[in-house]
Design a protein around this ligand. Structure first.
Ligand code: SF4
Ligand code: SF4
Length: 472
């Protein structure tokens, strides 16, 4: 089976229950943002700019758990910010699992190995030696860390930890191969760390998914190579979504810079061109989501946005209308459902009801539409069932050649980001010269966002310049 039976059953039962009850709107996935603090500071990240990133501004544990009970979504995506920074992340995961939810911990991967070492320390016995040996051989833990695991004290053993379970996935943010990903997250070595965390997770028995946002500059051939490489690491599944650009940002491009927005943003037309092969990817790799959503991305049909099915809860409450746009926050999920004029959002038959929705085809707005039967076409249910119950694609064969293509940048210290910085600081940087002064944080260039929110102009321009530089 492409997806574990227990998970598919849980989600299908939830849909059937609400269809029988004729519930007009209900939650499928809760996007839970316990905090917006992050260890990375990507330019264009909607989250760290829209909300306070102070650790003081966190959703208390009990409130997070209550939000999950309130909307009763069978799946919870714990995101942020970086959720592994949340001081009670272990308790939060344990509480959500106790409620019977399917969990995705959306992480940039930087703290995963630490959390997995905590798990190993809490359960260590000599029976774990072969696993430690494998981790040591793969240089995924150091000798010193192995010793800490072996000598774990009573406190380490009592600690609440994130243990492997079939109900949970690490959902690692990967937006491309090494060169691109490190540019997007603005720190060299992040891709390498993600790969090591994925390898360690697989050895320790965790399920691992990845999530990727496709931008205007994203090279489709690179995405295919990325899937091949991640599949060779035996990653369990992938979420892929087009990036999203605010209408306001487009207007700014025209009025302030006198530029054609098409030069910078992913329009619907461009998204469809980028995702033309998504159905082939769905056959070759375990792409999460429905085949109906894949058809929509490939431009073979229209869907209507069902943003209410993937609600976002954060420190300000229930965010409406969707993960991407904020027109208000509400105290309760039901309150949000009843007060938001949902008919004002989305795109229907190609016509945007709200101009900000015009080019949006994002996963969190449209993937549930495929599962819920919005714009139902004969055969859709069968298609979804066949996809879910179909054989899981085999891992792509690993090879030194593929690994070489994956590690196509220069890791820590040697400086592809230094090259990027030099390029944007060069006189040739042109009209966006001011940008050069804005991009330095900790001596790194800031270019992207895995949240797929906000103005990605800076990122797009930088990637275009890097691409040109790579050709030289
Ligand atoms: S179309 Fe996109 S931006 Fe508009 S409400 Fe739906 S998810 Fe949000
Ligand atoms: S895009 Fe993600 S990783 Fe980057 S700053 Fe925002 S929350 Fe952190």
């Amino acid at each position: 089976m492409r997806f574990p039976f227990a998970l598919t059953k849980k989600i299908a039962s939830h849909i059937i229950k609400h269809k029988i009850r004729k519930t007009p709107k209900f939650a499928m996935v809760l996007q839970l943002e316990p905090l917006h603090t992050c260890n990375l500071t990507c330019t264009g990240c909607g989250r760290i700019r829209e909300y306070s990133t102070s650790l003081k501004d966190m959703v208390p544990l009990e409130q997070c758990l209550q939000a999950a009970i309130e909307c009763d979504a069978p799946m919870v995506s714990v995101c942020g910010g970086e959720p592994l920074i949340y001081p009670k992340i272990e308790e939060l995961i344990a509480g959500l699992l106790e409620q019977g939810r399917v969990l995705y911990i959306c992480t940039n991967g930087m703290f995963m190995r630490k959390k997995m070492r905590d798990y190993l320390a809490s359960v260590y016995s000599p029976a774990f030696e072969p696993m430690l040996k494998q981790l040591l051989e793969g240089k995924l833990i150091s000798e010193k860390e192995a010793e800490v695991i072996r000598k774990s004290d009573a406190a380490a053993r009592k600690k609440v930890v994130i243990a492997p379970t079939k109900w949970m996935y690490w959902n690692v943010h990967v937006d491309g191969l090494e060169f691109t990903h490190d540019l997007i997250v603005e720190r060299e070595g992040v891709f390498k760390e993600c790969v090591e965390a994925i390898k360690m997770a697989k050895i320790c028995g965790y399920q691992v998914a990845t999530n990727t946002t496709v931008y205007r500059e994203t090279d489709v051939a690179e995405i295919e190579d990325m899937f091949k490489y991640l599949s060779s690491l035996e990653v369990d599944g992938h979420t892929i979504s087009p990036g999203y650009d605010y209408d306001a940002a487009k207007k700014d491009m025209v009025s302030r810079l006198g530029k054609d927005p098409k030069q910078f943003f992913l329009t619907r037309e461009m998204t469809r061109a980028k995702f033309a092969k998504i159905q082939d990817w769905g056959k070759a790799f375990t792409i999460f989501g429905t085949p109906v959503y894949q058809e929509f991305l490939a431009g073979k049909r229209e869907l209507t946005c069902t943003a209410w099915a993937i609600p976002t809860y954060n420190v300000k409450g229930w965010k409406a209308p969707c993960y991407l746009m904020t027109d208000g926050h509400y105290n309760g999920y039901q309150e949000m459902l009843s007060k938001v004029a949902w008919e004002k959002y989305g795109v229907v038959n190609g016509v945007a009801r709200d101009p900000r929705c015009e080019h949006c085809m994002v996963h969190c707005g449209y993937d549930p539409s495929g599962a819920l039967g919005t714009n139902y076409q004969s055969g859709d249910n069968w298609k979804n069932i066949k996809y879910n119950f179909g054989a899981k694609p085999k891992p792509f064969p690993s090879s030194p050649e593929l690994a070489k293509r994956a590690f196509n940048g220069v890791t820590i210290g040697k400086g592809h980001l230094a090259k990027a910085t030099a390029i944007i600081n060069s006189p040739a940087a042109g009209a966006r010269g001011a940008f050069a002064n804005e991009v330095h944080h900790d001596n790194e260039a800031h270019v992207g966002s895995h949240c797929g929110t906000g103005d990605t102009t800076e990122r797009d321009e930088l990637l275009a310049k890097i691409k040109d530089a790579k050709k030289d």
